[in-house]
Design a protein around this ligand. Structure first.
Ligand code: HEM
Length: 502
């Protein structure tokens, strides 16, 4: 009897798999795929996780195609670095659907994870909060956290191999908390910060789940230790956000009352200083479908800022510091530009005018994002029949985009392994192929925080370059890139800091 049940189960699973496979295979057979095995599909291609960064580029070379068909268990997924398909999907006003289920426990249905009408309304609501006039008021937050970072880095002078990811990550966490929620979590100054640890751990867990196909099945995932850990971490993170929402709501009410009796000016705090309005306060005063956002909606959006605006910028700055340290000619040009702006004044805070003058530094950051895109992959799920070179991609098929691959494609960026910021000079980069450079994605669902990120990165990197000369680590450090939701180097990102002599 037991044997019969097992046989029936195996036959059942095989039949289901064959049905799921054939259904999409018939439609997508013209798109090349590596060898497909029953049940596991193309999973054997992923046997070496150390190589995760290069699996798709190597397969694309081997199969001579910039779009691949992969079979992950019962699911068929397309993976692409083909300009035509990227432009077709990312440029479309309707192909905006995402299925990021692994993010839902943390981010709920906020701007990053939602789809359809819900996403459209949230995007319309949140876009004005990223207006440059609003971003300008955050410059104080970038500057003051930059000063703390500089003091931390001063302690590292003389150390021949400094891992910068953690230092940068704590700084950007403090910045995003202050700009999103209006309070710092002191991640830079309190190394044992529970909130900082939880943010680090949840990012790790979401990533681990996304890359474990079995955990895509909710029923299985809910029975794992990973799920239990996730619940414990979310209790801390959501608890913190909920309490901040409560406090800010009360504070806004108090301020409204004071304004009514004329005790404070609208743009000033209790001490008469110019007020910085965090994203949360703007959301608290907004309406969706004619009603204020409820606490869960507010929490989802605040959590979204925490995820989208923290590691992305810290990783981008860490790779940029590494590239600058290892390219003295680039460092000289970047520093000369800063010297022209600030002279020998190392301490003066950055203004928006200064940031606008940092043209070369911006080219350096863009070249670094080309070589090391913070988000090395992201996806859309096709929601309507999509014609691609004569193949009709049916609804329900996820398409995975690979910024890393298109950024390293010699058809778009000749000599792609060379770090050359001049690619982005006004003479060399005409922007006529906007979907070949997609560190911030592109089209209607592009990164909403792009301007914020550029301001933050220029501010912090310029502060560092004015204080320190960057040098390669000793012994020489080799990056080991690992494809994840956020790009990582398994060996860390290491350089040296020397006091800059003027
Ligand atoms: C170097 C820094 C950054 C990089 C490389 C980056 C990259 C990206 C990418 C590739 C996407 C699209 C993801 C997808 O389609 O699944 C995205 C979306 C998004 N990013 Fe960023 N990001 C950065 C910084 C920020 C910051 C600082 C914020 C907020 C303060 C932010 C907020 C968002 C939001 C809200 C979305 C979702 C937009 C939507 O779906 O409508 N990002 N980002």
């Amino acid at each position: 009897m037991f044997l019969e049940v097992i046989v029936a189960l195996v036959v059942g699973v095989l039949t289901l798999w064959t049905y799921a496979f054939l259904k999409n295979y018939i439609k997508l057979k013209n798109i090349p795929a590596p060898t497909v095995w029953p049940i596991i599909g193309t999973a054997l291609e992923f046997k070496d996780p150390e190589e995760s960064m290069y699996i798709f580029p190597n397969l694309m070379k081997r199969l001579k195609s910039k779009t691949l068909r992969m079979h992950m268990g019962f699911r068929t997924v397309l993976v692409t670095a083909d300009y035509t398909l990227i432009e077709r999907v990312l440029g479309s006003p309707t192909l905006t659907h995402k299925t990021y289920f692994h993010f839902i426990p943390w981010l709920g249905h906020g701007l990053f994870t939602s789809s359809g009408d819900k996403w459209r309304k949230a995007r319309k609501l949140i876009t004005p909060t990223f207006h440059f006039k609003i971003l300008e008021q955050f410059l104080d937050v970038f500057n003051s956290n930059g000063v703390i970072l500089i003091n931390k880095l001063k302690n590292e002078v003389g150390n021949t191999s400094v891992e910068v990811q953690t230092l940068m990550s704590r700084c950007t966490l403090d910045i995003i908390c202050e700009t999103a929620m209006g309070l710092s979590v002191n991640a830079q100054t309190e190394e044992s910060s529970e909130y900082a640890k939880c943010i680090h751990d949840i990012t790790y867990l979401v990533n681990a789940r996304a890359f474990t196909p079995l955990y895509n099945i909710e029923w299985i995932y809910k029975r794992t230790k990973m799920h239990k850990d996730e619940q414990a971490i979310l209790k801390v993170l959501h608890g913190h956000t909920d309490s901040v929402i409560k406090t800010r709501r009360l504070k806004l009410q108090e301020e409204a009352d004071k304004k009514e009796v004329g005790r404070v000016a609208e743009n000033e705090d209790d001490f008469g200083r110019k007020k910085k309005v965090p994203f949360l306060d703007m959301l608290l005063q907004s309406t969706i479908d004619g009603r204020p956002l409820n606490d869960k909606e507010l929490r989802d959006e605040v959590s979204t800022f925490m995820f989208a605006g923290h590691d992305t910028t810290s990783v981008a700055m860490s790779f940029t510091l590494f590239a600058i340290a290892n390219h003295p000619e680039v460092q000289k040009k970047a520093f000369d530009e800063l010297y022209n702006i600030f002279g020998s004044d190392k301490e003066r805070m950055c203004t928006t005018t200064d940031l606008n003058e940092m043209k070369y530094l911006e080219m350096v950051i863009k070249e670094s994002l080309r070589m090391y895109p913070s988000a090395p992959l992201f996806s859309r799920t096709v929601s309507e029949n999509l014609d691609y070179n004569g193949t009709v991609i049916p609804p329900g098929i996820p398409i995975l985009f690979l910024p890393y691959s298109i950024h390293h494609d010699p058809d778009h960026f000749p000599d792609p392994e060379k770090f050359d910021p001049e690619r982005f000079s006004p003479e060399n980069y005409d922007g006529k192929k906007p979907f070949s450079f997609i560190p911030f994605s592109a089209g209607p669902r592009n990164c909403l925080g792009q301007k914020y990120a550029m301001m933050e990165m220029k501010c912090l990197l310029s502060m560092i370059l004015r204080q320190f000369e960057l040098k390669p680590a000793s012994p020489v450090h080799k990056l080991e890139l690992r494809s994840a939701i956020i790009l990582k180097s398994l060996t860390g990102i290491k350089i040296q800091f020397a006091e800059r002599k003027y």
